[in-house]
Write a protein that binds this ligand. Structure first.
Ligand code: KG4
Ligand code: ZN
Length: 338
């Protein structure tokens, strides 16, 4: 406790960001230190799990010290330790969990394991102090693409999810074939602004009528086939046009399904979460559609869209006050259903 506030120290290491945050009363961020390994993984065009774990191990103590210093919080002022326990890269998750257990044991504080997706959704509680469930959330990141009906802080139902690649993964793959860098999402978002989104008609995959599921794996092949046929025909390739056309093909499907899901769930709030929620076209298209249907749209700032520990601290707080607690047997799960 500090000034009568409940203080959570939260840890996130599920992929390639080493992050530690101090969060007061679940929604106030005192510090949120994020050490990204993106430069290390760029040369491989994707995250190398073994390298990610080693980097987490090398950096986690320093990141934790910096987070505590920045928040002016000492160990005896911390009330609880929250940590991501899945889904994610198992070796990367284990570094965060081992650190959280060590703090919990040494300082005699309760330990709470958090589902990474629950964390992404919770980033919105930090940003929008008035936001409460129920609502529909689009969780769209490098590892996940799901539409979730959130009925309480700790209750939700998955309405649909990707049957193959996550949207962020499709962005990363297409950026790689276009040779515009890693991570692909921000690169395509930027370059697409200079392109014509109607230059190439990539196939929109809606699946069965009324399904809230997605399929994004075919679009990389669509882009590859287009690039090959243009090369064979000796035509110049306009990267910005391809990026803009790819992005529109993805987002038309995502926006349509989100609006349908909000209406299906009979709510009037749509909440975006995950790395791809930082995408400027997605926010623009959804703002316009939500306005048409009288839906309130919520999303976090980019720094809380991508992986960070503050969102884990928020989710841990709501799990803890509902009686959720873990112990030193807490394990990591690469695949963890919501
Ligand atoms: O949530 P996150 O940091 O990690 C996972 O849990 O997966 O999301 C990372 C993903 C990457 O695929 C990255 O390309 C994508 O989010 N991303 C974006 C944007 N910023 C990050 N995708 C589209 N537009 C963006 N502006
Ligand atoms: Zn994530």
């Amino acid at each position: 406790m500090k000034n009568n506030q409940f203080i959570t120290l939260a840890i996130e290491t599920s992929c390639d960001e080493t992050s530690v945050a101090l969060v007061a009363d679940g929604r106030e961020v005192l510090s949120n230190v994020i050490l990204s390994q993106v430069d290390t993984h760029t040369i491989f065009g994707g995250v190398v799990p073994e390298i990610a774990s080693r980097h987490h191990l090398e950096n986690i103590n320093r990141v934790a010290q910096n987070a505590m210093r920045e928040a002016s919080i000492k160990p005896d002022e911390i009330d609880m330790i929250g940590v991501t326990y899945g889904p994610g890269l198992v070796g990367a998750l284990l570094i965060g969990i081992a650190t959280a257990k060590a703090f919990s044991f040494a300082w005699n504080k309760p330990l709470v394991g958090v589902h990474h997706i629950q964390g992404h959704i919770s980033a919105n509680y930090i940003t929008h102090k008035e936001l409460e469930p129920p609502f529909v959330s689009l969780v769209i990141s490098g590892g996940h693409t799901s539409i979730v009906e959130v009925t309480g802080y700790n209750e939700c139902r998955v309405l649909g999810k990707t049957r193959d690649d996550a949207a962020g993964k499709a962005y990363d793959k297409v950026a790689r074939v276009l040779g515009i860098g890693y991570p692909g999402g921000p690169a395509i978002d930027r370059i697409a602004k200079e392109g014509n989104p109607h230059a190439v008609e990539f196939k929109r995959v809606f699946l069965e009528k009324d399904s809230f599921d997605f399929s994004f794996s075919g679009i990389k092949t669509g882009v590859l086939n287009y690039l090959n046929s243009e090369k064979q025909a000796g035509r110049d390739i306009h990267i910005a046009d391809v990026a803009a056309s790819f992005q529109l093909a993805i987002m038309e499907v995502v926006v349509f399904k989100c609006i349908s899901a909000v209406r299906f769930a009979k709510t009037d709030k749509l909440v975006l979460a995950g790395g791809v929620a930082a995408n400027s076209l997605l926010k623009k298209m959804l703002s316009e559609e939500c306005e048409k249907y009288g839906i309130e749209l919520y999303y976090p700032p980019p720094v809380l869209c991508t992986d960070n520990a503050a969102m884990i601290g928020c989710a841990a707080y709501y799990k803890y006050i509902a009686g959720g607690k873990d112990d030193l047997t807490l394990d990591a799960f690469a695949n963890l259903e919501l």
